[in-house]
Design a protein. Structure first.
Length: 316
């Protein structure tokens, strides 16, 4: 006999999202199981997806400057660390100065294992397999007197929140910090729509596989019967909201059973499930967002090839 939906957070979220009347949705956090994380890692190497390389270029160029501008006795925590590949430059800049303690926070066990394997030569790597905020609370509880926290939120994950949700999230991160602690925040900037569309709908179909894996995950974990051949990856740009959206479009009328969510749901032809919304930013919006959440925008570095920014926010 299956556990009731309310005993399973994934099932509850799937049920809530697929019973919405206006637009069916699924939380983008569920894209990143072990299969999804591996597919996203592949996306970062695609020529069309310049975001990750821009992120890495900024960190490589400015890691030393970042570390020099922060107090001593730093403890580093990273939200959504993945394998920690981009973070190496920051840790290497910090390593000669002090004993390193690094907390990668992620939901993927495989990514955390790889992170620990590849970065443990630089110091103590303490992986936390949990949500962002729960991980932050654990790090805050473990800090010793006199330590300063440097939190890394690289990539463009902050763009997955709506504008007010992003401020709310940053505010809750701020609640875990003390005055003088810092947050390095990655933000993808507004850029030509054609460039964005190609980045999120690559010709090789890797992003499509990444998106469709979410339905495969529901099949695996919630005993559903999605036929992945009857859904297709679709991308839209919402100009008013400054966001690109990933959808899964039903090719025909179909009925799907999700047993562990106690749900039977139908899809009209061309009806979509929105799986991710990626907001893009302007510089003045980042400054306002930081201020409202309780931070001061101390520094900002923008890549010249792909409009992407790393923003150093200091807790006020």
């Amino acid at each position: 006999m299956y556990a009731p939906a309310w005993d399973n957070e994934f099932a509850r979220d799937v049920r809530a999202g697929l019973t919405r009347t206006e637009q069916k949705t699924l939380p983008c956090s569920y894209l990143y199981d072990d299969v999804g994380s591996a597919l996203f890692e592949a996306i970062t190497f695609l020529p069309e997806y310049g975001l990750t390389r821009a992120d890495a270029r900024i960190i490589q160029a400015h890691a030393g400057e970042l570390i020099e501008g922060l107090p001593g006795n730093l403890v580093v925590a990273e939200l959504g660390s993945g394998s920690g590949a981009k973070t190496r430059a920051i840790l290497e800049a910090l390593h000669p100065r002090q004993t390193l303690v690094y907390y990668p926070i992620d939901v993927s066990a495989a990514a955390l294992a790889k992170c620990q394997l590849e970065l443990s030569s630089l110091g103590a790597v303490v992986p936390l397999r949990t949500s962002y905020l729960d991980g932050m609370r654990q790090v805050a509880e473990r800090r010793a007197p006199g330590e300063t926290l440097l939190v890394l939120f690289l990539g463009s994950t902050i763009g997955n929140f709506d504008p007010e949700g992003a401020i709310d999230f940053l505010y809750h991160v701020r609640l875990c910090l003390q005055e003088g602690d810092a947050l390095l925040l990655g933000t993808d900037m507004v850029k030509p729509v054609d460039q964005l569309m190609t980045a999120y709908d690559d010709p090789a179909g890797v992003t499509a596989a990444f998106n469709l894996n979410l339905l495969a995950r529901i099949n695996r974990e919630l005993d559903a019967d999605f036929d992945l051949r009857q859904f297709e990856h679709a991308v839209r740009y919402n100009t008013d909201e400054q966001r690109i959206e990933m959808h899964l479009r039903s090719r025909l009328y179909q009925i799907v059973s999700i047993r562990r969510a106690d749900l039977i749901v139908d899809f009209a032809p061309n009806e979509t499930i929105c799986t991710e919304a990626c907001h893009k930013f302007r510089s003045e919006q980042i400054c306002r967002m930081a201020r409202v959440a309780g931070f001061h925008l101390e520094a900002q570095w923008i890549d010249e090839e792909w409009a992407f920014a790393e923003n150093l926010l200091v807790a006020r």
